[in-house]
Design a protein around this ligand. Structure first.
Ligand code: SF4
Ligand code: SF4
Length: 308
């Protein structure tokens, strides 16, 4: 492969992701026939030696991998110090839920819409995982080393002092590092295409142009954290798992396991679960929400992003 500039490498990788998502592989597996599971991807890149990865060890837990640690699991021979974390780049993507899926899901109050449940199970298994595998094979075909942390057999969930449950690699944290979004009150990642999305990543050993994060803190896009307003996601949660104190992960998990999983199986006859009611019907559903600025007479005079 001819040597690409970092900028050209970023464009090539983004185009690979887009071409996969335009292919028939992007399929919701509806009984009626083909329908895209997700919209076109938003792609970002984070440096393998970004200090944020070490910060995640404190913030998420010491078990959360740095890109180097995940890469070394895929290529144990590289562990001996021949490769530096500065040679690695994390390619992250956001796969927005389609308008059809969001439109159905927003009508629901307690259970996932059919399309949403399919996007959660088949979209993750065939499309998000398919994209991970597609990027890996395209890179490996050109002799470029790459690893998808979520596809490593070592990936697992762990008990976390701060978050109750966390994992050895968080796709949302990778996307945040790559400049693709900030966390909302419900823990979902608010991105330029909204919070109703799936996200994935691959670690690449290639010089790629890095995205400068367009935010100053990890809560910046959420209206509650930036201006004390909103909290609409709290009202959308049927499990009482959301409050102004944040996300009760145990209550959320119990609702998914005990309520939505049996519902999906008995209603549509596939093994699955999913809720995500807090991801639609909210100001951050399909974009970065704007704060309404009102005049003294109570008239809305303009809208603006809450934080510079
Ligand atoms: S619905 Fe409002 S409070 Fe909840 S995450 Fe979105 S912006 Fe934040
Ligand atoms: S996924 Fe469902 S149960 Fe969990 S916080 Fe969101 S709305 Fe509540």
């Amino acid at each position: 492969m001819p040597q690409l500039s970092p900028k050209a490498a970023a464009a090539w990788l983004a185009e690979l992701a887009a071409s996969f998502m335009k292919s028939p592989e992007n399929d919701l597996h509806m009984p009626e026939g083909h329908e895209p599971a997700f919209g076109l991807p938003l792609v970002g890149f984070a440096a393998g030696d970004d200090p944020l990865w070490d910060a995640y060890k404190e913030h998420v837990g010491p078990f959360h991998w740095t890109p180097m640690e995940a890469f070394a699991l895929r290529y144990p021979q590289e562990k001996g110090g021949e490769i530096s974390s500065s040679e690695l780049v994390v390619m992250s993507w956001i796969l927005p839920q389609t308008e059809a899926t969001r439109r159905d899901h927003v009508k629901e109050k307690e259970m996932p819409a059919h399309r949403w449940a399919r996007a959660r199970i088949f979209g993750e298994e065939f499309v998000n995982n398919g994209l991970r595998k597609y990027i890996l094979s395209a890179l490996e075909a050109k002799g470029i080393q790459a690893a998808a942390p979520m596809l490593l057999k070592e990936w697992t969930r762990m008990p976390s002092e701060k978050y109750v449950i966390a994992s050895t690699w968080s796709e949302r944290h990778a996307a945040h590092a790559a400049g693709l979004g900030t966390f909302g009150l419900c823990d979902g990642l608010i991105t330029p295409v909204g919070k109703a999305m799936r996200t994935g990543s691959v670690i690449v050993r290639l010089p790629v142009a890095i995205n400068k994060r367009p935010y100053a803190n990890h809560r910046e896009y959420c209206l509650y954290f930036s201006s004390g307003s909103c909290g609409v996601c709290i009202q959308r949660c049927p499990a009482g798992a959301l409050s102004f104190k944040g996300h009760d992960k145990i209550a959320c998990r119990d609702y998914l396991q005990n309520i939505t999983a049996p519902y999906v199986t008995s209603t549509w006859h596939f093994k699955g679960y999913g809720c995500g009611l807090c991801q639609v019907g909210v100001p951050c559903e399909k974009g970065i929400p704007k704060a309404k600025i009102r005049s003294r007479r109570g008239q809305e005079v303009r809208t603006a992003r809450c934080c510079p």
